[in-house]
Design a protein around this ligand. Structure first.
Ligand SMILES: Cc1cc2nc3c(=O)[nH]c(=O)nc-3n(C[C@H](O)[C@H](O)[C@H](O)COP(=O)(O)O)c2cc1C
Length: 533
């Protein structure tokens, strides 16, 4: 072969193109899951609203779900509540039962061994301090979240086959991923979330149901770049991961716009909506437009804050009405207006089964019996900046002298707001923490005025108040809806208490028989006038 004639093939060098690394936009992969569609008549007529911290505990939710309605446990601060129950000696052995059922036993043991105090701590001893939540959770923190959320749902589901829900506040973001996963391990049927715009939660539910890693964007004040939280079930698995069902997601909204936004823009399926009006217990949405207040300083709501039930109905998803719907007539009215049912909080908070401290319940019920229960809409108290309903009760933080005796301290931190500091790092601050600390973190003086430590107060409401070094005990601060006095309807003559069965039985008493079975015309009945509430 004449090698001189040999032409070297032209080797085209592949151009070296740097692969484009696009920073992941916040797009969770879509997971196709068999979603279970329940016919409307199988959806609950009554949702017992989530009430944190620990007011809607597993006992209350179980009692409601057993009766075929939807019991909802509160997921807020469950890790702290769970630890305090263990430190108090786990009376009745309920937490232990849940620990024994947890699918990752080594993890469950770690939690138990760390916190359980046989016989309970001495009455005057403080509860242990826990690591506060952060964008990047320590493993120990995530494990406690998983176990505690599992336990609450597991116990609420015990002894019956009906679904149980869990409620979270979008504002309290940092515990979400591990908490939701823990609740799903226990087979939670519904996740309900409001107090913010929980657009990314449906996608998180899809990912976790498929046992995939979930990503969740954290709202960071002044962030120059997006901050994400991550949670991968595989990091925690002890053996094969169990099969999970994707819970239904109900968004709690306060306006038609928000309802539409949730349905259009959420990262996964929104299975229904709960519309909560400003008379509901707990946090309320602030009024729209320029703030106007009454003589007592409470925010005033006007026409712009009213919702059109007709527009809600037109969205074509099941919806429930909340805020003052705790009476038989109101339940019927809601259903006749096209709602699937109602979500009720206040009258359940006062039942024998709720987690509210007995002395607080007794005092409130004695007020209610005489129809002198008084609720103040405090637009300053909550560090979230949302108006917060406060029951005016002697001996609680609703009274200024009591609240002012409290030295500001932030040791639970659920309402801490992540912010980006000058160094580009994420810091955390709460408007109810010591003022100097808050200012040093770039917070504004005016935002600290009137702020109350809801974390400590709400734990006091359910009998787990922290005890300070000087012996002071954190005071309670009870929330309830404006319509609290309707609870008197549930107290039989001569009785000072009532039960979940009394409430559920009465609430359904005026719903026509036909409305508790299949009745398609309930949806969008023709010729129905718009109802404003
Ligand atoms: C004691 C109490 C605590 C509450 N906590 C929460 C909560 O943690 N998350 C939430 O979404 N709603 C919360 N709510 C609102 C209830 O879930 C429900 O929507 C509301 O109470 C309905 O209005 P009503 O109080 O007039 O029945 C709370 C209500 C009460 C009374």
């Amino acid at each position: 072969m004449d090698l001189s004639k040999l032409e070297m093939p032209k080797l085209e060098m592949p151009k070296f193109e740097m692969p484009k690394f696009e920073m992941p936009k916040f797009e969770m992969p879509k997971f196709e899951l068999p979603s279970f569609e329940l016919p409307s008549f199988e959806l609950p007529k009554i949702i017992q609203g989530g009430m944190g911290v620990g007011v809607s505990n597993w006992r209350l939710a179980q009692a409601v779900s057993r009766l075929g309605q939807l019991g909802v446990v509160s997921g807020t601060a469950l890790d702290t509540l769970f630890v305090r129950r263990l430190v108090d000696g786990d009376s009745g052995g309920h937490m232990k039962r849940a620990i024994d059922a947890f699918p990752f036993q080594e993890m469950a043991r770690r939690v138990w061994n760390e916190y359980f105090v046989p016989g309970g701590k001495p009455a005057d001893a403080a509860y242990p301090a826990l690591t506060m939540h952060q964008a990047k959770q320590q493993r120990k923190v995530a494990e406690l979240l998983m176990v505690s959320n599992f336990a609450e749902v597991f116990l609420a589901k015990e002894g019956h086959k009906n679904p149980v829900g869990i409620n979270f506040l979008e504002k309290v973001q940092m515990p979400h991923l591990a908490s939701i996963y823990g609740a799903m391990l226990a087979g939670v049927g519904y996740v309900l979330m409001g107090a913010g715009i929980p657009l990314h939660i449906p996608g998180v539910l899809d990912a976790l149901a498929a046992q995939h890693a979930a990503v969740y964007k954290l709202a960071v004040v002044g962030a120059t770049e997006d901050v994400y939280m991550n949670f991968d079930p595989a990091d925690y698995a002890e053996g094969k991961l169990p099969e999970l069902v994707r819970p239904k997601f109900l968004a709690i909204v306060s306006s038609n716009t928000l309802a539409t936004t949730m349905l259009r823009r959420a990262s996964g399926k929104v299975d229904g909506l709960v519309y909560e009006s400003p008379i509901a217990g707990g946090h309320n949405a602030p009024p729209r437009g320029k703030l106007q207040v009454n003589e007592a300083g409470e925010p005033l709501y006007g026409e712009r804050d009213r919702i059109s039930v007709e527009d809600l109905r037109a969205l074509g998803v099941p919806f429930w009405l909340a805020g003052g719907y705790g009476s038989p007539g109101k339940v019927r009215e809601a259903i006749e207006a096209g709602a699937t049912g109602v979500q009720v909080g206040t009258v359940f908070a006062l039942t024998e089964e709720s987690g509210l401290r007995d002395d607080l319940k007794t005092e409130l019920l004695s007020q209610v019996r005489e129809r002198r229960g008084h609720i103040f809409t405090d637009r300053l108290a909550s560090p979230t900046g949302f108006p917060f309903k406060v029951a005016v009760l002697e001996g609680t933080g609703s009274q200024l002298p009591i609240y002012e005796q409290r030295k500001r301290v932030c040791d639970l931190g659920y309402l801490r707001e992540p912010y980006e500091g000058g160094d580009g790092k994420v810091g955390y601050r709460c408007a109810a923490e010591p003022v100097a600390n808050y200012l040093a973190k770039g917070g504004k003086q005016e935002d600290t005025v009137g702020r109350k430590c809801l974390c400590n107060s709400l734990l006091a409401n359910v009998g787990h108040a922290q005890i300070r070094k000087d012996g002071r005990v954190e005071a309670a601060l009870v929330t309830a809806g404006d319509d609290i006095n309707t609870a008197s309807e549930f107290m039989a003559d001569g009785k000072m208490t009532y039960s979940v069965a009394d409430v559920v039985g009465q609430l359904l008493s005026r719903v026509r028989e036909s409305q508790t079975a299949t009745e398609p015309e309930l949806y969008g009945a023709p010729g129905m006038n718009p109802v404003f509430i």
